[in-house]
Design a protein around this ligand. Structure first.
Ligand code: GLN
Length: 508
């Protein structure tokens, strides 16, 4: 295939839809016979993913890699900042944490050149393996006060020799000013790299915007390569928990009601995407104690800051509400940070997470957690333990499919001294995971465990009468493939693709 220049989707601001557009182009290039890969030098998100090598990257690049049909790799997102409070972030470089930095420390010029060297090297490695590289900028391209320390927008595009498409969001208004203003604030040699404008999230009749397109082109001297309508019926994983705001917060009659406890530092909320689409289930997010009381199943999600969130749960009464609901028959399951919260205690003597050194947990599981400096990041295959399967009718033939998931955590959790060893899962490598007390009380470190249809069946098995005539679970992998294709079709039919190919092959 012909070599294409790297293409970068940069924004007039954050949340203009860069990640999704980049995912769409990953799929489009793949459909057209190329071998694309995504790249974003630096990501700030709590939603991360483990690569096949057992290293950590931002979830958005993992999704884009899936759209591109290639395995994800840390070279696709060499720098990941995971905010742990308003002022500090854990810095993950090439998949491994290198410590916590305050925002001030981080943006100081010092040390930046080392990081720049790292992200540029990651890009170069990736560019030697894939064609084209579909790059994503971060936030706005015109944060002029941060220009000299920027690692992810124009300096990266210049290093890569990328053609930049500036994405503007027409839904929030002010698209002319934001596009024109962003361009004007760039230096001339930076502006030269902007080869197209893409208007995203358009609602209404596109014909009414035709004159607007002409005006923008005349004003900016850059072609508008597409006006992409807002879509509602395509499901692609969202980059950050902003999307949570649009989700359900209440119970619904006639389904298994599953409450996900809203934690302030909730991480990996994508753990619940499959359940959310399961016809047997009504999933909602809450920290309202009355709604929790009505749930059949309560899920405690992962948390970047387990101790801080546990403290908050005790303060706002949610901890007590979960304990009460469990006593009255609800199933409680914790994933990662949520699992740690369910135990007897969480200790952080070395201040890995922060100030708090120790807190009692909810006491639902006889385990105790210690935070350690070492971070575990890995993809794993596993199966349910014999104890977990004992009262289940799903695994009677002794055969059990391998389940898949991934781990990202600092804590280690063990049974308290007098408690029996009773893991929920047995790992392929011989290890064990989580704790199985009984069908109503379980914990696991495995993210993505609820992407496995047979695990969902296991979780819902005790509620069989409630869901007797609801539909069956569905194939998530096939669903995701369909969604990437739908997204690609949608974007393809609203951009001038021949023009984009021309841009990506024309020397300048
Ligand atoms: N992903 C998580 O839930 C992490 C839990 C906890 N903060 C840890 O690092 O161990």
């Amino acid at each position: 295939m012909e070599k294409l220049h790297p293409i970068m989707f940069a924004g007039t601001g954050s949340d203009v839809g860069k990640s999704i557009i980049a995912a769409a182009f990953c799929r489009i290039f793949r459909q057209d016979g190329y071998h694309p890969a995504p790249f974003k030098a630096q990501n700030m998100a709590l939603n991360s993913y483990a690569t096949p090598e057992g290293l950590e990257i931002g979830r958005a690049q993992a999704v884009q890699a899936e759209a591109a049909g290639v395995p994800c790799h840390t070279d696709m997102n060499p720098l990941l900042l995971k905010p742990s409070s308003d002022h500090t972030s854990q810095v993950v470089l090439n998949g491994r944490p290198i410590g916590n930095r305050s925002a001030y420390e981080y943006f100081r010029v010092e040390g930046r050149e080392e990081l720049r060297h790292e992200v540029c090297s990651a890009f170069d490695r990736l560019a030697s393996r894939y064609n084209p590289i579909v790059m994503e900028g971060a936030g706005s391209i015109s944060e002029i006060n941060l220009r000299d320390t920027d690692l992810v927008n124009l300096p990266m595009a210049l290093h890569a020799g990328a053609d930049v498409i500036l994405v503007g969001d027409i839904d929030r208004g002010g698209v002319f000013a934001s596009v024109y203003g962003s361009l004007m604030l760039l230096r001339p040699y930076e502006r030269e790299r902007i080869k197209g404008i893409l208007i995203n999230k358009f609602r209404g009749d596109i014909r009414l915007f035709e004159s607007g397109v002409k005006m923008l082109e005349e004003l900016c001297g850059i072609p508008v390569v597409g006006v992409v309508p807002y879509y509602k019926d395509i499901y692609i994983e969202e980059e950050d928990s902003l999307a949570l705001a649009t989700k359900s917060v209440q119970t619904e009659q006639g389904k298994v009601n599953i409450a996900v406890v809203l934690l302030r530092h909730l991480s990996n909320f994508t753990d619940f995407n499959v359940l959310e689409r399961d016809p047997r289930v009504h999933l909602f997010y809450t920290n309202n104690v009355d709604e929790l009381a009505k749930a059949d199943i309560i899920l405690l999600p992962g948390s970047k800051s387990t101790l801080a969130d546990l403290h908050e749960l005790r303060r706002n009464g949610v901890a007590q509400a979960v304990i009460r609901a469990h006593r009255e028959g609800a199933t409680v399951m914790g994933i990662c940070g949520g699992y740690q919260i369910m135990g007897q205690e969480v200790c952080d003597p070395d201040h890995v997470e922060g100030e708090i050194e120790r807190l009692p947990g909810l006491g639902l599981l006889p385990v105790s957690t210690h935070m350690t400096g070492e971070k575990i990041t890995r993809q794993i295959k596993f199966r349910l333990s014999a104890a977990a399967r004992e009262n289940s009718h799903l695994f009677t033939d002794g055969m059990q499919a391998n389940l898949e998931g991934y781990e990202i955590h600092m804590g280690t959790t063990v049974p308290v001294y007098d408690a029996p060893v009773s893991p929920l899962n047995l790992l392929e490598d011989g290890g064990a995971d989580g704790y199985f007390l009984d069908r109503t009380c379980i914990g696991t470190y495995i993210h993505g465990i609820l992407d496995n249809p047979s695990f969902i069946d296991f979780l819902l098995e005790p509620f069989a009468d409630k869901i007797a005539d609801a539909g069956k679970s569905f194939d998530y992998h096939q669903f995701k493939e369909e969604q990437y294709n739908k997204l690609a079709d949608h974007v393809r039919s609203h951009v001038d693709l021949p023009l984009i190919y021309k841009i990506l092959t024309t020397h300048d």
